[in-house]
Design a protein around this ligand. Sequence first.
Ligand code: MSP
Length: 518
Amino acid sequence: MSSRFYVTTPIYYVNDKPHLGTAYSTITADVLTRYHRLFGDEALFLTGVDEHGQKVQQAAEKRGLAPQVHCDELAENFKTVWRELDIQYDVFFRTTDEFHKTAVQKALQDLYDKGDIYLNEYEGWYCVSEEVFYTEKELVNGKTPTGKDVTRVNEKNYFFRMSKYQNPLIEYIHSHPDFIRPENRKNEVLGFLRQPLADLCISRPKSRLAWGVEIPFDRDYVTYVWFDALLNYATAVGLNQAERSADFSKWWREAGANHLIGKDILITHSVYWTTMLLAMGVPLPKTIFAHGWVLNRDNEKMSKSKGSVMDPHEMVQFVGVDALRYFLIRDIHLGNDAPISHELVINRINTDLANNLGNLLSRTSTLIDKFFGGIVPHYNPAIADTDPASRDLIAHATQLAAEVKSRIEDFEPSVALERIVDLLNETNRFLETKAPWKTAKTDPTMASQHLYMAVEILRITGALLSPVMPKKCRELLSAVGVKAIEWGSLSKWAVTPPQTPIAKTAPLFPRIDASSGS
Ligand code: MSP
């Protein structure tokens, strides 16, 4: 049954270029979207940039540019990197778009009219780098819990009555077990909600910060950047835009959003955003999924402030875009932290892609070329029926698509890839045992039988890997004669027509010499 899938990445601050850590969310969302499209679902993928707030204002000031000019330039940088990483988003959201600002102002006005926003004195701390308010009690040695600097803030501000929605939120989380994921993140949010929730400061006086959405009922203020930014997920699909109500029903109310975020922004999404929605009377997203960190070689979070970031462009130059995408999805179990280094990437590529997938394609196409004139050889189902090893392999191959689908739907893309690699391993072992390079001379019926089976497995695995490695899999599939992937055909056997020409291919993933990593 086909359905709809709406996935979002965080919208990134335009204070710098994306690095591999920030690229990770976007690649993951792209992979999930491509999988859903492969399953026949209708999908919508949103990414974008978070342009307002003090952090961006300061970055612009540092460059001596007006904030809008700075943002226009950096937004382009993001698009360039996403293009290089083969990311096919549907919406590139910018919080400076007029329609969004108007929709944010409507949300503020509605909440104000309802009595859920009020004016009060704010006395506390602010962390510009996280754009988060902190109370004295929350600080650790005068810094944020993650060690970032804070500044003292003493100003009249508007507050959102977040506390009023604490209990409804707790009940919602309990009654929707798959809402915040993974499980440990749900527990973290519930732990946070054990303390009384304070109301949320949602404005900054223009005298302190000019770069933001003006508060509609008080022109001396702009909106707190998170209040503005979180709304992007819903305004993108039509919230507070009368003429787009059909879109809003389709993607927000019916499909439901899946927010893929880093674990550092769990509370802003699971508490600020959800209480805002509860107050507005708008359904909550379907899933908030917090992933872990891409770590550097010293097992620390890759972060610009530590100067330990890896440039996606440099990695693409080194191993190619598909291998990089494969590494990030395969080696980082979604939700956990995991390191990346040249050495780890080389090992993974050599093991899974060069020695396994690439090897299966090159040995199959070489043997078909050498012994069968480059044409798919004959397959006899009756022979397979009498051979337990063949029966097992076929059963495994025809169940793989369903297994991959359920893993992807469950946000476990690394496990989906593991299963695909298991089948490739099994197939290479099968060929070792059957040795078609020998039987081609002594028993060509058997050689043709087993090579046909290898072609079928390449057809299935090539299609199932295509959301992760779109370009390489297109090459692979075209080598085995597949023009267009049809989802239903991936759980069927003996689909490749007889006489299909099989192209003898150059190695799809040449082995990388370990000494070339640094
Ligand atoms: N602008 C806010 C998000 C607003 S969403 C309504 C923001 N932007 S950010 O640019 O600072 O970070 C965006 C995302 O990148 C976060 O989810 C963060 O976890 C992620 N990452 C930054 N470094 C990362 C790693 N090293 N590894 C994985 N993700 C990382 O926060």
